[in-house]
Design a binder for this molecule. Structure first.
Ligand code: F6R
Length: 606
């Protein structure tokens, strides 16, 4: 969950380390630090809080180094303080780490028994201690690194500096990603392509268990057995411009507005626009499938739930959707004939990766709907279904969510046709509807001012309920998740039919109830629920479409009217109002929209 950068440069690295850490801030942001080799000796600068705090430290005490490492942290072991901030030093070794060392307590005791003392409460410091002990026993740096790695269990990506070595950065990965970047007379390591994006687009992805030593001109890569290996160098697109905020105040705001384009690009990759047919790459035979198993976390899980509604209804193909952290540990009954699909923006979520590996081990075909096309998940599965919405930086997922739904919608249409549930004419009609979605999403985003006005009221609430039926139920879950994570208001999403089974007890005049109800086959039922809520003094925010507005019972406090759409794409069209609602409530409350407390964009620990 933390971000790592390492540079063996020809010129000062301070600014470049900071630039890279800013790009990596989405991985964690409770403290940050850098280290560099100055006159043959390693020096560190660290600060609790955001990268800005580290910049202040560096302004007062610059790091005049051409070789260095940097880290932005999401705390696991030990609170977010300067003392726990990386890099950590033991003897000659200074390092940064992303992941969790599971046997750290045992290793710490062992190292303490050898007379070492520890400065921090982290699991990371033991890695430095181990490497330093191996150096002290006479090994060279690379051999010392390998000997230390052999003693670790858990997940890690690390970047290492050694005192006295002024042209060396070492790295290693197991469970957490690490890339090597090839520059002109300069070399880099980083958590992902984005980290090294401003310096080079020539990248090699380390594989599980690999470790590496970089100098000015080359990378020596070794596999887990210590055998020198070559990892393919690729040219990736991680252009600096893609991660600018432009004229927007926050990345989340920009990313909400990116959605028409992100969905358009994504849909274009999954339909044949000329033939007006769904065209799903990867050669999956939907007619032969008996079941689909979707595994995912958070917002990606909610996108998966929407997939269930779409695929089962259109294609009559059973779909199970499960939270990856539950699925991976509960011994699920996995049958041949099932396609496992992981949904993940980052492609690095530890639980989703583990769930897919479990499916793979059971002989299932695996697929992943991912945004990060160079991610571990994308590289491990049998079939990659990328979304094309561009890098998502705001911690709260928005454009990746609608792009994921776009893929699942196309997939539902393709599966329906393959399984004989719809004919060619209906497929054409549905594809045309899907191709029209970006325009309607754009219209939906134009509701911004109306939503802003609602947000002023919602910002005063302590609790908010989101209700929906059918595909609006997952969207209700997503509305509640978005609101909680960025505005810190307690919110719950419920299937509207569940109202009478408990949540109705929460209804009073202080609790806003957001009801999502386009004019679809569920509308009448949702309208009844709205009446029930209003009869008990509940303040309803009704998000509907023009026909729904005409048929809605009178008395809703606020009606937000999204564009009319075919039910196939209603989830895409109705997503923007709930995202904007969460966004403007958070802005109203002065919250840190792009980097909400305790969260990280890429959850690479379970
Ligand atoms: C919520 C959010 C998270 C992620 C979850 C899975 O806005 O962003 O709930 O959806 O951490 O992440 P990915 O999709 O990267 O696997």
């Amino acid at each position: 969950m933390c971000g790592i950068i390492g540079i063996v440069g020809r010129s000062s690295v301070q600014e470049r380390l900071i630039d890279s850490l800013k790009r990596l801030e989405y991985r964690g942001y409770d403290s940050a630090g850098v280290a560099g080799v100055v006159d043959g000796h390693v020096q560190r600068r660290r600060a609790a809080g955001k990268i800005k705090a580290l910049e202040d430290v560096l302004a007062a005490d610059p790091l005049n180094a051409t070789v260095g490492i940097g880290h932005t942290r999401w705390a696991t072991h030990g609170g977010p303080s300067t003392k726990n901030a990386h890099p950590h030093t033991q003897g000659r070794v200074t390092l940064v780490h992303n992941g969790i060392i599971e046997n750290y307590a045992e290793l710490r005791e062992m190292l303490k028994a050898d007379g070492r003392t520890f400065e921090s409460e982290t699991d990371t410091e033991v890695i430095a201690g181990l490497i330093d002990s191996e150096l002290a026993s006479g090994k060279d740096p690379v051999a010392a690194l390998k000997a230390a790695l052999d003693q670790l269990s858990g997940a890690y990506a690390i970047g290492v500096l050694i005192d006295g070595e002024d042209e060396l950065v070492m790295g290693a990965r197991k469970g957490s990603p690490l890339v090597v970047g090839y520059g002109e007379g300069e070399m880099f390591i980083g958590s992902d392509a984005l980290a090294v994006g401003p310096f080079t687009n020539r990248i090699a992805y380390l594989e599980e268990g690999d470790y590496v030593a970089i100098d000015h001109d080359k990378a020596r890569i070794f596999d887990a057995n210590g055998k020198p290996v070559k990892r393919e160098m690729r040219t990736v697109a991680a252009s600096a411009a893609l991660v600018e905020k432009g004229n927007y105040r926050h990345f989340m705001e920009k990313e909400i507005h990116d959605q028409p384009e992100g969905c358009q690009r994504t849909i274009a990759a999954y339909v044949d626009t000329l033939a007006e047919r769904a065209a799903i790459p990867g050669g999956v035979d939907f007619a032969a499938l008996e079941r689909i198993q979707i595994v995912a976390c958070g917002t990606s899980y909610i996108a998966g739930l929407l997939g269930k509604y779409l695929i089962e209804q259109l294609a009559d193909l059973p779909v199970d959707v499960e939270i990856a952290s539950e699925f991976r540990y509960r011994d699920p009954a996995l049958k041949p004939g099932t396609l496992a699909i992981g949904m993940s923006q980052s492609g690095e979520t530890a639980d989703t990766l583990a769930a897919l590996r479990l499916c793979e081990a059971k002989g299932m075909t695996t697929a992943a709907v991912v945004n990060a096309q160079e991610s571990t998940m994308a590289r491990e599965v049998d079939v990659v279904w990328p979304i094309h919405c561009g890098p998502e930086i705001g911690v709260a997922s928005t454009k990746a969510f609608t792009a994921q739904i776009s893929v699942l919608t196309a997939l539902a249409v393709a599966a329906a046709r393959a399984r004989g549930q719809i004919d060619a004419a209906e497929e054409q009609r549905l594809v045309r509807v899907l191709l029209g979605a970006p325009r309607l999403i754009a219209e939906s985003i134009n509701l911004e001012d109306a939503v802003k006005a609602v947000a002023v009221e919602i910002a005063k609430a302590r609790d908010v309920l989101f209700l929906g039926r059918g595909p609006m139920y997952p969207l209700a879950l997503e509305g509640a998740l978005k609101l909680k994570e960025i505005s810190y208001i307690h919110a719950e999403g419920y299937a509207a039919g569940e109202l009478k089974h408990g949540p109705i007890a929460l209804v009073d005049e202080k609790t806003p109830i957001v009801i999502l109800a386009p004019f679809d086959s569920y509308f009448e039922k949702s309208a009844s629920n709205m009446s029930e809520v209003m009869a008990r003094g509940g303040q309803v925010v009704f998000i509907t479409d023009p026909e729904g507005q005409q048929h809605a019972p009178a008395g809703a406090r606020v009606v937000v009217t999204a564009p009319q759409s075919d039910p196939l794409i209603a989830p895409l069209v109705m997503a923007a109002p709930i995202q904007l609602l969460a966004y403007y409530v958070a802005v109203q409350k002065g919250a840190d929209v792009d980097q909400p407390r305790n969260l990280a964009k890429s959850v690479t620990v379970e």
